[in-house]
Design a protein. Structure first.
Lengths: 425, 425
């Protein structure tokens, strides 16, 4: 189906055919959900050994009684795992509670209100500040900025990561830009992994802007490969060391999509100077993270080899779902001008760009045919996708059959919305 | 020993005798620690069944899979337990992660920066604001204020709680006072429980000041009784309902000193209006608390009866330590003008007031004789005890023999410092 070359008669005929197909789908009273970027029950069950794994031995490797108070930055073996995941040294890591989002919120808060390197480094004294947001991106990143009154400016995502020519130009031109959100591997939602060149250029941004600029490197899918020959992301701290910009990047990760989504452990990695400033504030709001749960995780996943083996089991569960989405998209839109998408080799999402002005209509049609999709616009700051194109597809929770069924509905909705838009153009 | 009636010759003789005794103690090379308000290993072991208690059943009572994301305010059965502990309704409670201190920090932050009831209720727009701090009090409360730039003004603690005449007068006179810290039961560190009259008067403070004034009611020792006929604290929400001031109090509690100190669950209770405002901000920093750990706790302590039974086991461990402190204080200072203290029926601390100007000297002498005490001044905002009198004694971690030994050192140090101060007066 190529709408740009279609005659009005063809369009009208397609509209009639698709409306009939849509009507049939509606009559099936489906109830399917592709909105939730979370693990399925089968995935969660891979880690059920966590409860009871301590067998009465509550001592960390260094003898710490993990049951008691204390240890603001986590137990040593959890730090080692975090350092291995994020590619940093042991003194560059902090292990928190069950949420990397919380660590991100706290870090933006500290940088803004109190300063990561003393009060004179606080962004609040710079007047109104801004964050660069590659789009489409992760709505919860945008909510943090909105909550803290930080303006968001967007930059497009390419297959290699954010458009770095634009990023560099914007940062050079505007010293009020103090931060940038990145999901560098299997990006939420486009699924792309940043190229080595992109990583190197991001590590050099500190050179062209103010010293308190920080990159928020949310490596949420660091080990979430679906392929046995996974995409390699260049460890950004290696680049930072090369360019002397260790203070400019703060990394995050968690086990939320490795063990139990709501009951994992979270990691933050940065220069010792940034961590020192962060901990000075963190220490006024907690005596320490849940070290018992950290120890449980390290008993289940004592090292990277165990972690990698564990992740292959997730891949076995997720792969058929991703395949269903990608096969359906290829079949339906491979030979068309109706949309574009990447083929992620990991992560939780596939992102589909409709023709301009169609995303909201597709989501609405799908909802009315019993298929829930993430609201159009959610992947943009302020919920505003200026071209109304991006739709995030999250296939991990439903069964393979359900994903397949949902994608067939998706196909008809995209085609119908696109044809109708073209008819009205 | 009564210094006020002593002759210079008596004082000199005492100084010589006590110096000799102190020297003997110093020669013993002791290494004792009365600083830490945390459970002993024996107490922690009471809850070791937590790990493994789920036996593969990760479903909350309402069917929620606690392993996955979601549920910003906790699982229903945990809410019920929190509501029972704090004396509120189910819709007035939120269950968090492992730290009530974190909930307190977040609540002060939200009230200050964002407003608990919309942006127009934010304290930051009132100019420099203040908190009332009954003293002596809990240093981590004071650190929150200091971190957030909130000035602290002090009011004395009496045996019935804060001096309410002063509290009311100060609040009436100064609309910049937006908050007040309270540890209403077995107060940290004096050990007193607020009288019903004090509770009622605190619940009526909202009437005499601005609508955004909030009492931070840290009921950390709500169920931490050492007696079988425990002191009863009037539930403040009952008073608030009576006086129509439900929005004016925010309560906190946790299982930190019930189960595993660093791996418990925390509770916050307030009006539905306050909780709504709080959750609006909380939701930008987390997807939800660790519900698996909440479920573990509810399997161990399904109701108040189980909780009370559990707490009697703590009391059996703590009681001999408290007895040692109180017996030693009675024996050493019962017939003297050297100090004053309360006899707490629960909690974690005994608080000793020396003669004015002696606390620092006592702590220093004790340290040099191998007995660590909490730094003098720590129980006051900015670390400043203006009369240099208060010393917090935390006897739960050492063995009974160690507490006994440490208290004998304490006795000599108090006497020696007091006599020396009197000689130099």
């Amino acid at each position: 189906m190529h709408l740009d070359q279609a005659t009005p008669e063809q369009l009208s005929q397609w509209e009639a055919d698709l409306s009939a197909q849509y009507q049939t789908l509606q009559n099936q009273s489906l109830n399917l959900d592709l909105t939730r970027g979370k693990p399925s029950a089968d995935q969660l069950s891979l880690s059920d050994a966590l409860d009871g794994i301590l067998k009465g031995d509550y001592r960390a490797a260094d003898g710490t009684d993990v049951r008691n108070y204390g240890g603001l930055d986590g137990i040593a073996e959890a730090k080692q795992l975090g350092a291995d995941i994020l590619g940093v040294q042991l003194d560059e890591i902090l292990v928190g509670g069950n949420s990397s989002l919380t660590l991100m919120f706290q870090t933006v808060l500290v940088a803004h209100q109190f300063g990561l390197q003393g009060p004179e480094s606080a962004w609040k004294d710079l007047g109104p500040v801004k964050f660069l947001c590659p789009v489409p991106g992760y709505d919860r990143h945008f909510s943090i900025c909105e909550q803290l009154g930080i303006e968001m400016v967007t930059v497009p995502m390419l297959a290699s990561g954010p458009d770095m020519d634009q990023v560099e130009a914007m940062i050079k031109a505007d010293a009020q830009i103090v931060g940038m959100w990145c999901v560098p591997k299997y990006s939420n939602p486009t699924g792309v992994t940043y190229s080595d060149d992109t990583v190197d250029r991001i590590a050099q941004l500190a050179k062209i802007t103010n010293p308190n600029f920080r990159v928020f490197w949310d490596n949420a899918y660091a080990v979430h490969d679906l392929s046995t020959t996974p995409t390699r992301l260049k460890p950004i701290m290696d680049s930072c060391r090369q360019f002397g910009s260790e203070d400019s990047v703060i990394q995050f990760a968690s086990t939320s999509k490795i063990t139990h989504a709501g009951a994992g452990i979270a990691f933050m990695a940065s220069s010792t100077a940034n961590l020192k400033g962060f901990k000075a504030v963190l220490g006024t709001s907690t005596i320490g993270p849940d070290k018992v749960n950290q120890l449980r995780h390290l008993r289940l996943l004592p090292n990277m080899a165990a972690l990698t083996e564990h992740m292959t089991k997730h891949a076995e569960i997720i792969n058929p779902r991703f395949s269903s989405v990608l096969t359906n998209l290829d079949r339906a839109f491979g030979d068309s001008d109706l949309g574009a998408w990447e083929k992620p080799e990991g992560g939780y999402f596939i992102s589909f760009d409709t023709r301009p002005g169609c995303a909201k209509a597709v989501v609405k049609l799908a909802a009315e045919a019993g298929v829930k999709l993430t609201p159009a616009g959610a992947t943009f700051p302020y919920g505003n996708d200026p071209e109304d194109r991006n739709i995030r597809i999250a296939p991990t929770v439903p069964s393979v059959e359900e994903v397949d069924q949902a994608m067939q509905v998706f196909e008809v909705c995209v085609k119908l919305a696109s044809v109708r838009a073209q008819l009205n153009a």
